[in-house]
Ligand binder design. Structure first.
Ligand SMILES: Cc1cc2nc3c(=O)[nH]c(=O)nc-3n(C[C@H](O)[C@H](O)[C@H](O)COP(=O)(O)OP(=O)(O)OC[C@H]3O[C@@H](n4cnc5c(N)ncnc54)[C@H](O)[C@@H]3O)c2cc1C
Length: 308
């Protein structure tokens, strides 16, 4: 695709979707600028803008294929930082409403790690391999800039979003405008674009919300070798699914870097998993089968990490 000499794309929010959009657009634009509200951590750690990153994040097969096509160094970088390569069928035990599923060598492999490591590795690859990408951190996008364009053929005016308004979080008030040929909003589920469009006199896009009243709670466990030998010799991940309508609870054990396992509990229909340490293991015991409880009951866990 031929690029105009000064073509520029701006991405609002540099989370997972923003980094993927950046990777695609840096083949087509001279400059790609990511405007991110947070300051990115230097290492692999959580940040305020993506609070969900502490929860278990499974990278499904198609997502892994697309990501590793776009980011050719990703697999090597994830593995060198402690991610696990797992066969989604052979290395995982699934307890469905109908019982345990079969395990067999499927060749459908994914990379298991924290969401924080995944984002870190994507960002590093963009920064290392693409000189046309710029990250502007600590800067919040506060609105869109609209132009009215005269249409030549009709006596008509067309509206075109030309840019964004930004505020550096240190200054709070001083607004800076930024112009671009393409603006992509990847600011996540609390995107303000519907409000910004409304503020400019345009229609707010219609939204449909279906709330299953799902809740998550995740803790990090270090499983000692004695327990690992007994319970983890033939699997790396375990998922105990809900059994509707009698059991709305679900649990997952997922391997992440540092030889840790994230244990995520989920509940649907307002059966929210507990955030109190004392109640966490009780919820694990109330899953449809006891295998998860047996696997983690003697494991060390990180007491500070219960997140809902
Ligand atoms: C509990 C839970 C479990 C999940 N489990 C999985 C899973 O197993 N597998 C999976 O694939 N997905 C999972 N997800 C979904 C996944 O987390 C989201 O789909 C994904 O994070 C969305 O990425 P995003 O880049 O669109 O948004 P986000 O990750 O929310 O990123 C948005 C970014 O935009 C920035 N931003 C926001 N507003 C502004 C602004 N005005 N100006 C500048 N920057 C801004 C934020 O700081 C942030 O960096 C889970 C989600 C939750 C809540």
């Amino acid at each position: 695709m031929k690029q105009p000499p000064e073509s520029k794309a701006v991405i609002i929010g540099g989370g997972r979707a923003g980094l993927m959009a950046t990777r695609v657009l840096c083949n087509h634009f001279v400059h790609v600028i990511v405007v991110e509200r947070d300051v990115y951590p230097d290492g692999i750690s959580p940040r305020n803008g993506t609070p969900q990153s502490n929860q278990v994040h499974v990278l499904l097969l198609k997502g892994k294929q697309i990501l590793t096509d776009l980011f050719p160094d990703l697999e090597r970088n994830l593995l060198s930082n402690g991610a696990h390569k797992i066969d989604l069928i052979a290395d995982a035990k699934y307890h469905l409403a109908t019982g345990w599923s079969l395990t067999f060598d499927s060749k459908m492999t994914t990379l298991a790690c924290t969401r924080q490591l995944l984002e870190y590795a994507m960002r590093k690859e963009l920064m290392t391999n693409f000189s046309n990408v710029e990250f502007i951190e600590n800067t919040r996008v506060t609105g869109l800039l609209l132009d009215l364009i005269e249409e030549e053929e009709k006596d008509n005016k067309r509206r075109l979003v030309r840019g964004i308004k930004t505020v550096h979080r240190g200054s709070k008030t001083e607004t800076k405008n930024m112009y671009a040929e393409l603006i992509v909003d990847t600011s996540g589920r609390n995107s303000e674009t519907p409000k910004w469009l409304e503020d400019m006199g345009l229609d707010r896009p219609k939204e449909t919300r279906i709330n299953s009243y799902i809740g998550y709670s995740t803790r990090r466990f270090k499983i000692p070798p004695s327990i690992a030998n007994q319970h983890l010799s033939d699997w790396k991940a375990m998922i105990i699914f809900t059994k509707p309508p009698t059991n709305p609870r679900m649990g997952i054990i997922y391997p992440v870097e540092g030889n840790n396992r994230l244990v995520g509990l989920l509940g649907i229909g307002k059966t929210y998993p507990p955030v109190k340490e004392s109640e966490f293991m009780k919820y694990v015991q109330d899953l449809e089968v006891r295998d998860m409880y047996e696997a983690i009951k003697g494991a060390e866990h990180d007491c500070t990490k219960i997140i809902l």
